[in-house]
Design a protein around this ligand. Structure first.
Ligand code: ADP
Length: 544
């Protein structure tokens, strides 16, 4: 027998309508790409989204068509986040930091008809425009006064485009499984692959994000996603903020520690989110300030994900801001939130040092994400915090296939997706990433976690960034090489680094060598680019 409850579809337009009724005055603040601070509200953004939808209709957009963006976190990007999916079209946010060939690949694969781009990307896209045969219009996200001279064909100015339009749009009642957003993974191996989110997955992910055991976003919060809106929908924050009406602070194109700090202080942010390198920039800026005790600021939570948050980073942020660091894990294929680290009631009595050990784990899955670890034969491993294996997940906001690649079977027979991460799970469900499966160092039949080694090395006070890669070894198969980017002006020695590691790691994990480098390569999403490091050190030989 079926239940007798209403079957209302889970649509982004319903979140928008809710916001229009219940928190139209909720503020949205942007560090504008053109300069200065721009202030608006959800109510105005929704009206402008109506205008944008009417303008896109005039340009003959159809349901299922793709609209791509190359854009920073701004109110205009937010308008695209609403108008495009709510019309039944697909918003494809493209990471401008990708290589030109990858951007070309994505725009051709998504067959985007419209490309909305920020001023910062006009000159680089001019060089590529000929390779986007599907793009009918290039829309520069600015006003008439800031329109640049450009060789882009069929170019339009965003503000001119929407200005003549009516702000009312009759949002269609779509099937909740209609595609809404398309994000491509950075493609650390092979071509980028597209995760195609639906309205249903987006709404469920937003509900989950707002729960207190997850990111706990509420109307009373001021949230600043520093994680870009071109990276997995800024971890879903724009939609979660819209749902709750929390004040939203968008840092624009100014990716400096100074901008992050000023926005935290001036706008009273309570939650800020980003990858570890963002927080390094923030801490470097704080080090230049006269006032070092910032515990009076209202910031409550720093959410760190995308790559592992080292204990030294967690400790430093908590100490500096008197705030809580929540370590989170996820991936493009999981919308992205897969786990969040909140301590449980039973951890209240733990010492600060014990809490720090726990906080370094990647956290527990929220309801909705099922997780397990398996060995190479697919057998489930113990949830004892010790056994480690391939991390598999399933849930209503996890991908079941890649966009236009139906031949690629990405789920096992039970519907689980292999994350490519190697993890442990403990009895409470705290998941710890040991490594990405391709980064783990295989030494003498045992595994060494590059992340664990890096986390320890980062505690050395002269180390800015640390990366461990495996180097082929005649006897052990692979041995770890530790690469260190020192803090500017510091000159640590190999001996001081190895002395520091001693006693903090198993002896056989000790790197066979330490090399100092002057620049650390990063991926388009701010992670250490180990593929480049492996390439740079492919001929490296340990001294006998
Ligand atoms: P991209 O490779 O495009 O950046 P994703 O953003 O999808 O792709 O990256 C997901 C991967 O990032 C995860 O599979 C995991 O390896 C890594 N990752 C994400 N969060 C964490 C974390 N908190 N700790 C360690 N690794 C993480």
């Amino acid at each position: 027998m079926l239940g007798l409850m209403q079957d209302r579809p889970l649509l982004i337009s319903t979140m928008m309508e809710h916001a229009a009724h219940y928190h139209p005055d909720g503020e949205v603040i942007t560090k504008a790409v053109e300069g200065g601070i721009h202030r608006t509200t959800y109510g105005e953004i929704i009206q402008r989204s109506g205008k944008l939808a009417n303008a896109l209709s005039r340009l003959n957009i159809k349901q299922g068509d793709c609209v791509s963006t190359l854009a920073w976190n701004t109110y205009r990007h937010m308008e695209l986040y609403l108008a495009v999916p709510c019309m039944g079209s697909i918003l494809n946010t493209v990471n401008p930091r990708l290589f030109p060939e990858q951007i070309t690949y994505i725009l051709n694969h998504s067959e985007a008809k419209f490309l909305f781009l920020d001023l910062s990307f006009v000159s680089s896209i001019e060089k590529l425009a000929d390779s986007f045969p599907h793009v009918e219009h290039f829309i520069i996200m600015t006003d008439r006064a800031h329109m640049p001279e450009t060789s882009l064909p069929n170019v339009l100015c965003y503000e001119d485009l929407i200005a003549p339009e009516n702000d009312q749009y009759d949002w269609p009642e779509l099937d909740e499984n209609t595609a809404a957003g398309l994000c491509y993974t950075s493609g650390t191996t092979g071509d980028p692959k597209g995760a195609l989110y639906s309205h249903r997955s987006t709404v469920l992910h937003s509900y989950s994000t707002c729960t207190k055991d997850s990111l706990g976003i509420s109307n009373a919060d001021t949230v600043m996603p520093i994680v870009p809106m071109f990276h997995v929908n800024a971890w879903g924050i724009p939609y979660a903020a819209l749902m709750t009406g929390s004040k939203l602070v968008l840092p624009g194109a100014d990716m400096t520690g100074e901008n992050f700090f000023n926005l935290i202080k001036d706008e009273g942010c309570t939650i800020a989110l980003g990858v570890p390198t963002i927080w390094l920039a923030l801490l470097q800026h704080v080090a230049t300030l006269e006032e070092q005790d910032l515990s009076g600021l209202p910031i409550e939570s720093f959410i760190i994900g995308g790559s592992a948050a080292a204990p030294s980073l967690i400790e430093k942020i908590e100490e500096t801001f008197g705030a809580n660091v929540l370590h989170a894990w996820g991936m493009t294929e999981s919308s992205p939130l897969g786990s969040v680290n909140r301590l449980m009631a039973k951890h209240a009595h733990l010492s600060e040092a014990e809490k720090l050990v726990l906080k370094t784990k990647q956290g527990r899955p929220p309801f909705g994400v099922e997780m397990k670890i398996v060995d190479d034969d697919g057998h489930e491993l113990a949830r004892d915090g010790v056994a480690f294996g391939r991390l598999l997940i399933r849930g209503p906001w996890v991908a079941k296939a890649y966009f236009k690649q139906p031949e690629l079977k990405i789920l096992d027979e039970n519907g689980y997706f292999d994350t490519g991460d190697v993890s442990t799970l403990d009895a409470d469900g705290y998941m710890t990433i040991v490594d990405r499966s391709k980064d783990v160092i295989k030494s003498g039949g045992e595994w060494i976690s590059s992340i664990d080694l890096e986390n320890v090395a980062l505690g050395h006070d002269q180390v800015a960034e640390a990366a461990v890669i495996g180097i082929a070894h005649p006897k052990w198969q692979e041995r770890p090489l530790l690469l260190i980017l020192p803090i500017a002006g510091e000159t640590p020695t190999k001996e001081s680094i190895l002395d520091y590691l001693e006693g903090k790691i198993a002896k056989w994990w000790t790197p066979d060598d330490v090399v100092f480098i002057s620049e650390m390569p990063h991926t388009a999403t701010g992670k250490i680019q180990k593929r480049d490091l492996r390439e740079m050190f492919k001929d490296f030989k340990f001294k006998e």
